[in-house]
Design a protein around this ligand. Structure first.
Ligand code: NDP
Ligand code: SSN
Length: 338
């Protein structure tokens, strides 16, 4: 018997037969199923995942490990191969994924790719309809999210925006924080899936609110990283050990996990990519636009954004966002050479 997570308590908008949630390991899951994943009710709806990048890959992997019936798509197909070898199905377009699934997640780079995949040629909207749901977990601006919502909902399907706080490691560990907004029914329906991929979820009301919350968080984060970079370089310049700075910071009121996880490699000029610098700059740009839309001044974020733009111009787009320190180094060198 096919089991759906969309059970009888869900709204009449969802055109799915009421069935009992039961364990269903349909795919040959060869890898370890974590006790945490087992402890969560195994939802057995057909789930699609579009965008198998740094974040999409571990998120999809966690769904698979939990026994979810998963179908994946990525523009670069080879990135789907590890998931396919673990039992995921593959479809050659977002449209075909959406058509074959009850709920489809999308984790895409930026507003343009989120739009293209949602309702471009062979986009997911072509395969959506009543009884289905689309959950966009990409970081985009509110207007883009509303545009996508409009196209998805015009098919009769439900829409939820659900950008995530947390990076590659939290995604691997199922410790993301979902910032959701949109159809409450869909939020409730996909709750067990969000719980597989994350440690908490917030429902923030109308579409656009999840996107805005995510941009505010990443605006703060981008400024924090720029400021931390300045501190590391100043420490070195005055003859102090930056490793000691990392230890001091980690014990005080400004402690944040990103300082102790990224600080030691930044000191060695190493930037293994967890959160690509180009995405941090995109988020600062979108946050500045958000602030401008309500006439709020954000001078610190604006200054940080300029640094990330310089870092991009130095070819650091695909490095971790902590490589922003290199933009400061070049500024310092430039002023010393004057
Ligand atoms: N990395 C992180 O720490 C976090 C990232 N985010 C956000 O999540 C989203 C994804 O980030 P992340 O996984 O790091 O990024 P990646 O760059 O690793 O992945 C981006 C994904 O988007 C796809 N893509 C890009 N352009 C297009 C296009 N034109 N058409 C179709 N697909 C496209 C890529 O496909 P392809 O493989 O073919 O290039 C890939 O699947 C971003 O919005 C980012 O801001 C949110 C929280 C944390
Ligand atoms: O959007 C990226 C967020 C990264 C993080 O929260 O650590």
């Amino acid at each position: 018997m096919r089991c759906s997570m969309f059970c009888s308590h869900i709204s009449p908008h969802l055109n799915l037969s009421p069935m009992i949630i039961m364990k269903r390991f349909s795919a040959p899951i060869s890898s370890y199923v974590s006790p945490r994943a087992q402890a969560i009710a195994e939802p057995a709806a057909r789930v699609g995942f579009l965008g198998i990048g740094i974040m999409g890959s571990p998120m999809a992997h966690n769904l698979l490990k939990a026994g979810v019936d998963l179908t994946v798509w990525n523009r670069t197909k080879t990135k789907c191969d590890p998931l396919i070898s673990l039992g995921a199905k593959y479809k050659p377009s977002p449209e075909e994924v959406a058509a074959s699934c009850d709920v489809t997640f999308a984790m895409l780079a930026d507003p343009q790719s989120a739009v293209d995949v949602a309702f471009g040629k062979h986009g997911a909207a072509n395969g959506m309809g009543p009884g289905k749901g689309y959950v966009d977990v990409s970081t985009v601006d509110g207007d883009t999210s509303k545009l996508i919502s409009g196209h998805i909902k015009s098919t009769g399907a439900l829409f939820l925006e659900a950008p995530v706080s947390g990076s590659k490691k939290p995604a691997e560990d199922g410790q993301l924080i979902f910032l959701t907004a949109g159809d409450k029914t869909l939020y409730e329906t996909v709750g067990s899936l969000l719980d597989i991929m994350g440690k908490s979820k917030f429902y923030l009301g109308d579409v656009g609110n999840g996107a805005a919350m995510k941009l505010v968080v990443n605006m703060i984060m981008g400024s924090m990283m720029a400021s931390f970079s300045e501190g590391l370089l100043l420490c070195e310049k005055v003859g102090l050990d930056p490793d000691v700075l990392v230890k001091v910071v980690s014990q005080g009121a400004i402690n944040a996990p990103m300082y102790s996880t990224k600080g030691p490699s930044m000191i060695q000029s190493l930037y293994p990519t967890a959160f690509p610098l180009k995405h941090q700059q995109k988020d600062l740009r979108l946050a500045l636009e958000l602030a401008e839309s309500v006439s709020q001044s954000t001078p610190i974020a604006a200054a940080a954004n300029e640094l990330y733009k310089v870092a991009k111009s130095h070819g650091l787009s695909d490095q971790d966002f902590s490589a922003v320190i290199e933009a400061l180094k070049s500024k310092i060198q430039h002023s010393e050479n004057k």
